[in-house]
Design a protein around this ligand. Sequence first.
Ligand SMILES: [Cu+2]
Length: 69
Amino acid sequence: MRTTSTYTVSGMTCAHCVSAVTEEVAKIDGVTDVGVDLASGRVTVESARAIDDGEIAAAVDEAGYVVTS
Ligand SMILES: [Cu+2]
C-alpha cells in the first residue's frame, strides 16, 4: 500500500533545517520519499505502509522541530 501523508512542521528556517527533517523522516522504516516546503513548513511523506503520526512526530523531534498538524 502506497501512502502519502502531509504534516506541518514549525521552526524550520533554512535549507539546513529542511535537510535535517528530511534525513530523520527518511530513516523511518517504509518511508520512500520525503518532500519539505520551507516556506509553508509542509512536509509530505510517501511510504510503502501507513506510518503512525507518532513516528513522524518522533523523527521530527529528533531533528529538533515540532509537528504542529
Ligand atoms: Cu535551518
